[in-house]
Design a protein. Structure first.
Length: 452
């Protein structure tokens, strides 16, 4: 028996022994996050009812959570447009909900199926491959499980790691677990990295056939209708807008305090509320919407929820008046970032003001919106470096500094125009990853059909 197989078997035994604790942790996470997680559902253990819809030969795409599901959308749409059936798997409820929303018509038409990814037990992963028999698997960004890869290799299903990234911290962690993870990386048929730095690190952990094809996030397809609605709403509102997007736990108090401090200055100066800029505060995860509402209430800031706006109809005079009388719109919806960014003159993209790795700011740049991020951007370090060089973005240290910088930019139309144009050119320069990856996937599919 090879040493890699022995290590994987030891890992599997430990995984089974620890499963009560791991499943308990998953149940706790599900209760805390909300939504349907099916922690003990049959799909999580690779058990499926055999139905006519479980046809073999689909392209399997695994998008673990909300971020990966959004990142994978251009790829999935390209595959569907080219006539491929797609099997889409997730690990979290937010990822599954976003997939269900984004592909509702394709699910009804039978072009796309959604499933939970099974836990990484050997039997569960073998049953997944045996039941669904995908033609090829695509893992998004960095989601790699030893038994899942082993089951795919054993079933002769090619695996691709696409839009792959690896931070220096992830490299160190992977090298510590090299006896377990190196065979998994080596089991990939192709690895398509986001950047040369990612490719170098991926080779260090055992990936072969590595090439740099780019980042899917640059090929995003924005909802033109939502963009038009957002821009129309901003015109009717007649107030400058600063979006504070994708805040994570621990960041909201800092931003709310900074808004409160600025509001006190405007009150002292006698500036009426309707002449203040409007702030849109958008938490990253839906389970935190009510908690952030509580923070705004405690700070004494008037706010209106985005769901309230949508419920009344954003074109109504009543809604516009309510927004003119509020300091903040609380973004308590999912899948509407194009609307928020279309309303904005400046975007602060959070997840980067605490050591959380940062959140995707490319969507804001694609709408020509000048962007501010914080110091913690390990998940997007190359994109941030490139955007800084292009003049599309600025990096600051604290929420208070970000807010002050955003307010300064509101008063400088020429600067915003330059940054917006730089952002659009930067996005255009880096697009095309999806087309390159789809070409690679279809070449692999042809190789599998004609192995000689």
């Amino acid at each position: 028996m090879r040493s890699g197989d022995m290590v994987r078997r030891i890992y599997s035994i430990l995984l089974v022994l620890a499963s009560p604790l791991l499943l308990g942790w998953m149940a706790w996470r599900a209760r805390r996050a909300g939504g349907d997680w099916s922690v003990l559902g049959c799909e999580r253990f690779g058990r499926y009812a055999r139905r006519p819809s479980a046809q073999p030969g689909a392209v399997w795409v695994h998008a673990v959570s909300l971020g990966e599901t959004r990142a994978a959308q251009p790829l999935i749409r390209a595959l569907l447009d080219r006539g491929h059936r797609v099997l889409l798997t997730h690990l979290t409820a937010t990822g599954r909900a976003e997939g269900r929303r984004a592909y509702a018509d394709d699910i009804v038409a039978g072009r796309l199926r959604q499933l939970w990814l099974p836990y990484d037990f050997p039997g569960a992963t073998r049953r997944f491959m045996r039941c669904h028999r995908p033609a090829l698997g695509v893992l998004i960004e960095r989601e790699l499980w030893p038994n899942l890869v082993h089951a795919a290799v054993a079933a002769r299903i090619p695996l691709v790691l696409a839009s792959a990234r690896m931070s220096p911290a992830s490299l160190r962690q992977n090298l510590r677990l090299a006896p377990l993870l190196r065979p998994a990386y080596a089991g990939l048929s192709r690895t398509y990295a986001q950047s040369e730095a990612d490719a170098k690190r991926l080779r260090q952990v055992g990936a072969t056939n590595v090439s740099v094809l780019g980042n899917f996030k640059f090929d995003l397809r924005l909802d033109a209708q939502r963009i038009a609605q957002g821009r129309e709403f901003a015109v009717r509102l007649a107030r400058p807008v600063v979006v504070i997007a994708s805040t994570r736990e621990g960041e909201d108090p800092g931003f709310v305090a900074a808004i409160r401090q600025q509001a006190d200055r405007w009150d002292t100066e006698g500036l009426p509320l309707e002449r203040w800029p409007l702030f849109m505060l958008i938490p990253r995860h839906p389970q935190r919407f009510d908690a952030v509402a509580g923070i705004l209430e405690s700070a004494g800031l008037s706010f209106v929820r985005r769901t309230h706006i949508a419920g009344l109809g954003e074109a109504s005079d009543r809604v516009v008046q309510a927004c003119r009388e509020s300091a903040v719109i609380l973004g308590d919806t999912l899948g509407e970032m194009p609307w928020y960014y279309a309303c904005a003159q400046v975007a602060i993209v959070a997840g980067s003001f605490a050591p959380l790795g940062g959140q995707n700011f490319i969507e804001a740049s694609a709408l020509g919106c000048p962007v501010l991020v914080g110091p913690h951007v390990a998940n997007f370090d190359q994109a941030v470096a490139d955007a800084l060089q292009a003049g599309a973005l600025r990096q600051v240290q604290t929420p208070e500094v970000a807010l002050q910088c955003a307010l300064q930019w509101l008063g400088d139309d020429a600067l915003r125009a330059r940054m917006g144009e730089a952002a659009l050119q930067w996005i255009s320069h880096h697009s095309g990853a999806v087309a390159r990856v789809v070409a690679g996937i279809e070449a692999l599919l042809r190789e599998d059909v004609n192995p000689d």
